[in-house]
Design a protein around this ligand. Structure first.
Ligand code: NDP
Length: 313
């Protein structure tokens, strides 16, 4: 089956839904494929307290349902499933979904986001899923651990930034660095080293996140030099070992940076190097990664796509 559409939106986080709301209201009849994780990364967040307009806060999944309803209200065609292949060589962009549907789109908005990397421990995943104290976003969830002790894993710029953010809220932050050095830029590493309530443990790996089944109360770590294992008490366990942008299928056509993020072709625009293909949200953002910034670029991408369509007529 072939579907023709003026606007295909790939992905359904705040970027994708905002693009769908704007595109639908502009009568572009957008078709959206929600992707592997409908609602995106926010569906693994508990409470969202920093998205303007929710004075009492809102849970990530609830906000995604509301954004979806808002897009559906204007007749955006929102479908389950994911786009598994694209061909951006011609003037009409061809995409294929996992159920075999072929889509011919005049414009495409990529809003596939990025996925936080996790250690992959069973205990980590258990408390992540249950919202019991594991998080990959200190800016999103750090506030819930104010006045408490937290542990953060990672040694890159993200880990340093997040550890510093946590240090302002928490009584103590323990940073687990698996090698004997930071990967982060010198200035970022120096900042955490000079923060009084951050303790850095080098050559240290996480063995298990400990808890009572509902809530985290510590972490068992191992020093890889001495093989000594011990427990560190904490109520929050933050993982900051990088993100992977979900951009693999676009690689043959779209220009990516060295870490796989899509490059904007022009400042102040969501255009990519392919005419008629735009990008919004974390697939092109390794700096801010917030729901509100993703929503903002989703809006920009829909406006850019609308202007592009108008210029074609
Ligand atoms: P990075 O890939 O730079 O760093 C990942 C860190 O996680 C490394 O220290 C790595 O350790 C560690 N790590 C990876 N896997 C594991 C594991 N299984 N167990 C323990 N530790 C692990 O990711 P970032 O997200 O920090 O940064 C991505 C990019 O974004 C970088 O280019 C960075 O400079 C940029 N950035 C810039 C910021 C700024 O300038 N304000 C802020 C945030 C990011 P190891 O070193 O041992 O490999």
């Amino acid at each position: 089956m072939i579907i023709n559409t003026p606007c295909l939106i790939i992905g359904s986080g705040p970027a994708g839904y905002t693009a769908a709301i704007y595109a639908a209201r502009a009568d572009m009849k957008p078709l959206m494929f929600e992707g592997l994780q409908p609602g995106g990364q926010l569906t693994t967040t508990n409470e969202v307290e920093n998205f303007p307009g929710y004075p009492q806060g809102v849970t990530g999944p609830e906000m995604m349902i509301q954004l979806k309803e808002q897009a559906a209200r204007f007749d955006a065609d929102i479908r389950p499933g994911f786009i598994e292949k694209v061909d951006f060589t011609g003037p009409i962009h061809r995409c294929w979904s996992d159920d075999g549907t072929e889509i011919h789109a005049q414009t495409v908005i990529i809003a596939t986001g990025a996925s936080a990397k996790y250690l992959g421990l069973e205990s980590e995943q258990k408390y992540l899923q249950s919202g019991g104290g594991v998080s990959a976003c200190a800016v999103c969830d750090g506030f819930f651990y104010r006045g408490q002790e937290t542990v953060i894993v990672g040694a890159g710029d993200s880990a340093c930034e997040e550890a510093h953010y946590l240090s302002k809220l928490c009584t103590k932050v323990t940073m687990l660095v698996r090698k004997d050095e930071f990967r982060a830029s010198k200035i970022m590493a120096e900042r955490v080293k000079n923060t009084a309530n951050i303790t850095i443990l080098y050559n240290t790996e996480t063995e298990e996140v400990l808890g009572d089944g509902n809530l985290v109360h510590g972490v068992r770590v191992r020093n890889t030099k001495t093989q000594e294992t011990y427990e560190i008490p904490c109520t929050g366990f933050f993982v900051a070992i990088g993100h992977k942008p979900n951009t693999d299928i676009f690689k043959p056509f779209i220009e990516l940076d060295e870490t796989g993020y899509i490059k904007y072709a022009q400042p102040g625009s969501t255009r990519t190097n392919v005419t008629g293909v735009f990008v919004a949200g974390d697939a092109a953002d390794k700096t801010y990664r917030q729901a509100i910034t993703a929503a903002g670029t989703g809006c920009m991408a829909a406006l850019d796509a609308e202007r592009y369509l108008a210029s074609q007529h």
